[in-house]
Ligand binder design. Structure first.
Ligand SMILES: Cc1cc2nc3c(=O)[nH]c(=O)nc-3n(C[C@H](O)[C@H](O)[C@H](O)COP(=O)(O)OP(=O)(O)OC[C@H]3O[C@@H](n4cnc5c(N)ncnc54)[C@H](O)[C@@H]3O)c2cc1C
Length: 496
């Protein structure tokens, strides 16, 4: 029997936020993309507290700003910490940083099953061939170059697909990284997390009611994430020395950790743990931090948790997954569509990605020193970013999406584009009331108008700025005006 082999420009393994973001950005540049996801969505995942760079930067690029706004997620204006030598909880707001414009100074706390499903459906909507319940089993290589995958579908039937590029976005359980290099574990961050879901937990008074709350205690720290008015995600992150305690049962261990942390005990005093449905179990994840020795080899690139992972205290996981997805997709778009050099593009991808990971890593190493107060943490953030901002601003910039906020596409500062769109929508609503019969035609017309206005605005605002943009690394690349590709820096010599 002749085997059926399918051909694509890119195969993406995994449909989490990393995979669906990369696949969508590639498809938006007319590449043929196959995304293989092992599970049937919506599926459970941990990682519920997001950052502004993801919501306003990546969300906008993916065309999801409105859908995310309407999804009913809790708005997160910042974070509250009982941390370090200060016994009193302290709060930061995203609005403190000038890198974030006021209307965008928030992120969301999300049920990942819903959030990831929105991103995956959007990928399919934008032209990606999305196949759920398809598990990748092997990679194919030719002359040392990755060139395809072998997979099994929902009925156990084997399949093969070849591609110019394979993106591994299959998360922390990925085995594909072995083809790229060694996974190097941190000696410093060796924690495990025990987590569950509670109803009727207390909320901080507005406007901090959507904040993430992180509270340190003797054996580690807790996250407390409001997912709706009623539901809270609660997790204890403890050093591996305390893993023994789990042997007596998860329920008992969780009760012990909660009782050891006065702030969390107080917040949960009138709450009960959910014991049914998808949120009904206590789960454990070893969250050892790691980074792969390399992030790419010819034909194959790692993004998201497949490439690296860092302790979750600043909710950087989904941000790193989607930011690396943008960088990888930009690289592949430039190679396939513009004929740019593979090494040059992927070196740019890897350098930018590592820089972002390293910023969080360096800062977190200092943040775990519980003998300091918040001012000393803020100083450290400024040093890590090598920034001239005030120490508070530097801290907020870092924890809102780190140095990637200096990437124009993630700059959470595109107020005038949004304003034009809003104005056009208002126009649409007003006219619709008076002329309902023309609503359809008008909608189509307005869609085109909005698209054109947005494009012009993007070129005018971002493009004009981009003229002055410098590469982040000596001799490096900069993003194209539309943000979908890399471009060389144009050197203008005197007299031109
Ligand atoms: C305890 C803990 C708390 C965290 N809290 C936060 C937080 O508050 N905020 C935050 O941003 N991040 C947090 N994270 C990190 C976050 O969970 C991850 O960084 C994020 O989910 C990574 O996204 P991804 O797309 O790389 O991978 P994933 O979300 O893991 O997606 C990978 C997908 O690949 C699929 N897959 C796997 N193998 C295959 C295969 N062979 N074939 C096909 N498909 C496959 C999986 O089914 C999955 O859907 C936390 C992590 C931990 C451990």
């Amino acid at each position: 029997m002749q085997e059926n082999i399918e051909h694509f420009d890119v195969v993406v393994i995994g449909g989490g936020p990393g995979g669906s973001t990369a696949a969508t950005i590639l498809a938006m540049q007319n590449n043929q993309v196959l995304l293989l996801e092992r599970e049937k969505f919506p599926r459970y995942q941990i990682g519920e507290s997001l950052l502004p760079a993801t919501i306003h930067g990546i969300g906008r690029i993916l065309g999801l700003s409105e859908e995310l706004k309407n999804a009913g997620f809790v708005r997160k204006l910042g974070g509250t910490f009982r941390w370090g030598s200060n016994p009193t909880p302290w709060t930061f707001a995203f609005s403190t940083a000038s890198t974030i414009s006021a209307p965008k100074a928030y992120a969301y706390q999300v049920e990942r099953s819903k959030f990831d499903d929105i991103l995956l459906k959007n990928a399919a909507h934008k032209g990606v061939d999305v196949r759920e319940e398809h598990a990748v089993k092997n990679l194919l290589f030719e002359d040392g170059r990755a060139c395809g995958v072998e997979f099994v579908d929902e009925n156990g039937n084997p399949g093969r697909a070849t591609a110019k590029y394979i993106i591994d976005a299959s998360g922390h359980q990925s085995h594909v990284y072995k083809h790229v290099g060694e996974r190097i574990y941190s000696n410093f961050f060796q924690n495990l997390a025990l987590f569950g879901y509670y109803e009727n937990g207390e909320r901080f008074p507005p406007p901090g009611d959507g904040n993430i709350f992180c509270a340190a205690f003797e054996e580690g720290w807790f996250w407390y994430i409001p997912l709706s008015a009623k539901l809270t995600s609660v997790g204890a992150v403890v050093a591996k020395e305390h893993a023994e305690r789990l042997k007596g049962g998860y329920e008992q261990a969780m009760d012990h950790f909660i009782a050891s942390c006065p702030e969390i005990s107080r917040m949960l005093a009138n709450a009960h743990r959910v014991t049914e449905g998808v949120y009904g179990q206590l789960r454990v994840r070893k969250d050892w931090s790691y980074s792969n020795a390399r992030f790419w080899v010819p034909g194959l690139v790692l993004i998201g948790d497949a490439a690296c992972f860092i302790d979750p205290v600043f909710s950087s996981g989904v941000h790193l997954a989607t930011y690396s997805a943008l960088l990888a997709a930009r690289s592949i778009n430039s190679i396939i569509n513009d004929g740019m050099d593979e090494s040059r593009c992927f070196e740019e991808f890897e350098k930018r990605y590592r820089r972002e990971f390293r910023n969080f890593y360096e800062f977190l190493s200092a943040f775990y020193d519980m003998h300091q107060n918040e001012d000393s943490y803020f100083w450290r953030a400024r040093k890590v970013l090598n920034s001239e901002q005030s120490i508070q601003e530097a801290f907020v910039t870092l924890v809102a999406g780190g140095s990637s906020l200096y990437d124009e596409d993630l700059l959470v500062n595109t107020t005038h584009i949004e304003r034009i769109k809003q104005e056009l929508r208002q126009l649409e609503n007003t006219e619709e009331e008076s002329a309902p019969y023309f609503a359809r035609e008008k909608e189509a017309f307005l869609d085109v108008l909005v698209a054109e206005a947005t494009q012009l605005q993007t070129q005018a605002s971002v493009g004009a700025k981009r003229g002055d943009e410098k590469p982040l690394f000596k001799g490096g690349l900069i993003p194209s005006a539309d943000g979908f590709r890399w471009r060389e820096v144009t050197v203008v010599t005197a007299g031109q």
